[in-house]
Design a protein around this ligand. Sequence first.
Ligand SMILES: Cc1cc2nc3c(=O)[nH]c(=O)nc-3n(C[C@H](O)[C@H](O)[C@H](O)COP(=O)(O)OP(=O)(O)OC[C@H]3O[C@@H](n4cnc5c(N)ncnc54)[C@H](O)[C@@H]3O)c2cc1C
Length: 465
Amino acid sequence: MAETSEYDLIVIGGGPAGYAGAIRAGQLGKKVACIEVERAGGTCLNWGCIPTKALLKSAELYQKMKKAEIYGLGAREVTFDIAKVMERSRAVSDQMAKGVEFLFKKYKVEYVVGRGQVDVPGMVSVTDGPNKGKFFKTKNILLATGCKMRRLPGVELDGVRVMTSREALANKTLPKSVIIVGAGAIGVEFAYFYNAFGAKVTLVEMLPQILPQEDEEVSRVLQRSFDKQGIGMHIGTKVENIRAGKSSVKVDLVAGDRKTEVEAEVLLSAIGVVANLEGALSPGVKLELDRNYVKVGDDYQSSAPGIYAAGDIIGPPWLAHVAHYEAINAVNGMFGHSPPKRVRVFPGGTYCQPQVASIGLTEKAAKEKGLPIKLGKFPFTASGKAVASAESEGFVKLITDTNTGEIYGAHIIGSEATELIAEYGLAIELEATAEEIHQTIHAHPTLSEAVMEAAAASRDEAIHI
Ligand SMILES: Cc1cc2nc3c(=O)[nH]c(=O)nc-3n(C[C@H](O)[C@H](O)[C@H](O)COP(=O)(O)OP(=O)(O)OC[C@H]3O[C@@H](n4cnc5c(N)ncnc54)[C@H](O)[C@@H]3O)c2cc1C
């Protein structure tokens, strides 16, 4: 074993938490290495956010091209090659992962491919992969090992009949029919994707609405839209008795005392994620955990001094931008650059069509908290830009404090919702009020005017409704 000189930081995991934390330490002039067992970029760039968005862009464009006549255009023979669609998605992931590898070089982060393990606080070794046997003495450790897809209990994940998003992203064929279990963001995005390319989709959700975390009204509108698009949905329904055969998979859908059998070519499980600490801690290293997630304090330090954690491995929300923020704050704090901040409010997005994005409290949550709320709602049918673009489905809904105009939450369903939500994020961060958003001049015609008009509506001053 060759020992190198002492490091300031060893990061285990090269996803949005790990790579951002390592680069931040590099920017601060620290001696840092990032150990990644698979590929720089983690789940997000390789098997999550980015490859799915590449697929969804193809799906959205295909749907648009099929409707070319509404723009006065003719595109009679619109075809697709699913293998090329999937290959493009993989190429995009590859390009982004290479980008992280380039940034590692730029910021002098030593990139170590292999499985990292904390032997004792201050000592990390590589237990698997091309750098097996290397070990590192370090002042600090950042655990950023992320999550894995949750498995359906008692069902073999063969990657052919029964898949998670990971196998689905590697697949080069389009199933004729698919049962998707779980209507969170991942399930909903795959439902949109498969349906857009002509697969028969059955989306099943145990809870009473699709996108269970989102505002009820938004979820209802998405459900109506999906219904029009031809996606079969079963909400408040459990999937039981999964039987994978040679050429199809059969399940029972159970809602109350009703039981229906459904058959499809494949089943995609999108029932969430579980913490992944596999091989990351030697048996002698005991960290305090909370439902298998690493418990951290406000400075992202675990119960073992010098061992920090950030990203999916410290628990929900499981989002790349949250992981990124946490790791950067952990590193800023550990080197005394600035006090580490914890995540307060964060946006979330679902990239089906129409898109869904939100930040802060839902209307229901605000009411349950007994907050004095005033709603401001603006439909895209009243937005010149949305109508000109033939994308007028959906609305912007703002939840504000009746007395002060403070923003408690914002919910958008419609075109570019995931881009539009950023303005409300900034407003909340700067503690701007609905009045201040309303008083800000927004370029015309833009979809962002709807963000301003919803703020105006919360003050009963919207002009276009
Ligand atoms: C299909 C899908 C779509 C998604 N879409 C979005 C989206 O649109 N927006 C969004 O915000 N989030 C999305 N997510 C979630 C997002 O991918 C995660 O929140 C994010 O990747 C978490 O970052 P992380 O760095 O904590 O973990 P990961 O990105 O999971 O990175 C952890 C890394 O650690 C490595 N690792 C694990 N153990 C070890 C070890 N012992 N040694 C070395 N390396 C190790 C893993 O190989 C992995 O690369 C999506 C997820 C999926 C699955």
